[in-house]
Design a protein around this ligand. Structure first.
Ligand SMILES: Cc1ncc(COP(=O)(O)O)c(C=O)c1O
Length: 490
C-alpha cells in the first residue's frame, strides 16, 4: 500500500510539479508543495491548469527569447497565485475578435474574460473614451456627471421589469458585495442560498457564496449563513435526475428556504459560464419559491450580460425578473473595469444610515462613457440578432463534429456562450482532462484561445462582433485539434 501511494505521488508530481520548469524560470517565490491529486482537481474547476507538462512543452515550442524575458520579468514582480502564474504569452495588441502577441501572432480570442462583447478597440467605444478623457477623466464622489447619469438611465430603460435603480462599482465582486449588503438591509436577514461550483468573484464575501474549492478551501472563516445547494447540472447532479434536469434541484432550493425560514436571498448565476443552461422552468420555480418564503432573488450576469446569450440580459431567456441583477465585465466596453447592481424600485431603502458601495470610481465618467457607447453599439448594430445567428452556426458545426468524431461528450450553449465537453465515455477523468488540455494547446498553437473549465469543458466565448469567416476559422482549428485525437500515452 505504502509503495503504491509513493508511486502515485511520484506520478502526480511528475505531471504537476511547478518547480521543474527551467524554461519558464518558474521558481522564485513559487510554492514548494507539490499539489496532491485533490488539489489538482480543485484547481481545474475555474480554469485550465498552467503548471502541467503540456503547458511546459507548449512554452518550449512557442515562446521565443524576447517573450521568455518578459514572462520572467512578470514572474519576478508579481505575487504568484494559482491559475495566473506562470502566464502563457505576452500580448501587445487587441482588436476586434483578436489579440496579438509580441511577435504579431494572432489569437482568435474565445476567452477574452468576457469583456469583449463589442470587440476590442470598438471604434465607437474608443471615441467615447477619448472624448471623455479630454474633458473630465474623473469625478470625485460627492459630485455626479452626465455620462454616469445617462448610463444609469439607459440601463434602467433596457432592464426587464422594475429594475429601476442602479449603483456602479469598479468590478464584479464589489457589485456582488453591494447586492449582498442590500439584501440584508431590505430583508433584515443575512442568510443566503447559493450554488456549489458557482463563481461570484474572488473577494472574501463572494467566495463565501461561491462554490469552488480553489477559493474556499483553507481560506479561513467565511461569511456565516451561506448555504449551498446543487446547481442545475444533470451530469453531476446528486439527485441523479438523468440526462436532463427534472428540477429536483429547484425543489431542493425551496426545501432549504422552508427549513431555514429566514433566508435573505437566493444568489446564483442565471446560466453557469461553463456553460450549464438550466431548463426554462428552473428560474420560474425558484422565483416563485423566493416569493413564498420572503427571500430575494439575486442573479449574477456579470460575464454574460449585454447580449452574449442572445438577449440583452440573460434572465430574459427565462421570462424571470430578479429582485437584483448584477452585471459587469463587458459593461466597460472592453476598456474599463465597470460593474453595476440593478435593483427593483422597492429596494431603494438604504438611506439614511447605510452605504452600499461608496467606491472611489463609483461614477467614473470614462468608464460610464465606455458603457453607454457599448449599449448604443449593441442596439444600433443589432448585435443580439447577430449573436443568435452566429451562435446557431457554431453550435450546428460543433454538433456535426460530435456526430462524426469520438471524444466529444456534449455540446451546449446559449447564443455565443458555448461549451464543448471533452469525454471518451470509456476513459478515465484524467485521460479526458489530458485530452482537453492537448486540444487547448493545439488550438493555441494555431491561433485560437479559450478557457477550459471543470477540467474538460472547452468554454468558448468569442467577441459578439465576430464575423462568420472568423467563426468558421475558429471551428476549423477546433475540429482539427480534436480530430488529431488524444496524446500518445508514454
Ligand atoms: C459569474 C461571475 N461573477 C462575478 C465575477 C467577478 O467579476 P470581477 O472579476 O469583475 O470581480 C466573475 C468573474 O469572472 C464571474 O464570472
Amino acid at each position: 500500500m505504502g509503495s503504491l501511494v509513493f508511486v502515485l505521488i511520484c506520478l502526480i508530481s511528475e505531471l504537476f510539479d511547478p518547480m521543474i520548469d527551467s524554461h519558464n524560470n518558474f521558481s522564485a517565490g513559487s510554492p514548494t508543495k507539490v499539489p496532491g491529486s485533490q488539489l489538482v482537481s480543485d484547481l481545474f474547476s475555474e480554469g485550465d491548469l498552467n503548471i502541467t507538462e503540456a503547458r511546459r512543452e507548449w512554452t518550449r515550442n512557442n515562446i521565443d527569447d524576447e517573450t521568455r524575458h518578459w514572462l520572467q520579468e512578470d514572474e519576478k514582480y508579481f505575487l504568484h497565485q494559482s491559475l495566473s502564474t506562470p502566464c502563457l504569452d505576452v500580448l501587445e495588441k487587441s482588436e476586434g475578435s483578436c489579440t496579438y502577441n509580441l511577435q504579431g501572432k494572432r489569437y482568435l480570442d474565445f476567452h477574452g474574460n468576457n469583456v469583449h462583447q463589442v470587440g476590442f478597440q470598438n471604434p465607437k467605444v474608443m471615441d467615447a473614451v477619448r472624448n471623455q478623457m479630454e474633458s473630465m477623466p474623473f469625478c470625485p464622489r460627492r459630485f455626479t456627471n452626465i455620462p454616469a447619469i445617462s448610463l444609469a438611465k439607459k440601463l434602467t430603460e433596457l432592464a426587464p421589469g422594475d429594475l429601476n435603480r442602479v449603483l456602479f462599482a469598479p468590478g464584479g465582486a464589489s457589485a456582488m458585495g453591494m447586492a449582498l449588503k442590500l439584501a440584508r438591509v431590505a430583508t433584515g436577514r443575512f442568510k443566503t442560498i447559493s450554488m456549489w461550483d458557482s463563481f461570484h468573484g474572488a473577494a472574501l464575501d463572494t467566495i463565501s457564496i461561491g462554490g469552488e474549492a480553489i477559493f474556499r478551501k483553507n481560506a479561513g472563516p467565511l461569511l456565516p449563513g451561506c448555504e449551498h445547494v446543487p446547481p442545475s447540472d444533470p451530469k453531476h447532479c446528486p439527485f441523479k435526475c438523468g440526462d436532463s434536469c427534472n428540477l429536483s434541484c429547484a425543489d431542493y432550493v425551496e426545501y432549504v428556504l422552508e427549513k431555514e425560514g429566514d433566508v435573505a436571498a437566493v444568489v446564483a448565476e442565471t446560466v453557469r459560464s461553463t456553460p450549464f443552461i438550466p431548463p426554462k422552468d428552473y428560474w420560474i420555480k425558484i422565483r416563485e419559491a423566493c416569493d413564498r418564503h420572503g427571500a430575494l432573488l439575486i442573479l449574477d450576469e456579470i460575464p454574460h450580460c449585454l447580449g452574449r446569450t442572445g438577449e440583452m440580459f440573460t434572465c430574459e431567456n427565462y421570462d424571470v425578473v430578479p429582485d437584483m441583477l448584477v452585471i459587469g465585465k463587458g459593461l466597460g466596453g472592453g476598456v474599463f473595469p465597470l460593474a453595476a447592481l440593478l435593483a427593483r424600485e422597492g429596494l431603494n431603502n438604504a438611506m439614511p444610515e447605510k452605504a452600499l458601495g461608496h467606491y472611489t470610481h463609483e461614477k467614473n465618467p470614462i468608464a460610464c462613457a465606455a458603457g453607454l457607447a457599448t449599449l448604443n453599439y449593441i442596439e444600433e448594430e443589432n448585435l443580439l440578432e447577430h449573436v443568435r445567428r452566429l451562435g446557431s452556426i457554431a453550435m450546428n458545426r460543433m454538433k456535426d463534429m460530435r456526430s462524426k468524431m469520438p471524444g466529444i461528450g456534449d455540446v451546449r450553449g446559449l447564443g455565443l456562450m458555448m461549451g464543448l465537453e471533452i469525454g471518451f465515455p470509456d476513459q478515465s477523468e484524467d485521460f479526458n482532462r489530458k485530452f482537453a488540455e492537448t486540444v487547448l494547446y493545439r488550438c493555441l498553437s494555431n491561433g485560437l484561445s479559450f478557457k477550459i473549465t471543470m477540467g474538460v469543458i472547452l468554454t468558448l466565448t468569442p467577441a459578439l462582433t465576430i464575423t462568420e469567416s472568423e467563426m468558421s476559422e475558429a471551428m476549423d482549428i477546433l475540429e482539427a485539434a480534436i480530430l488529431q485525437g488524444p496524446p500518445v500515452q508514454p
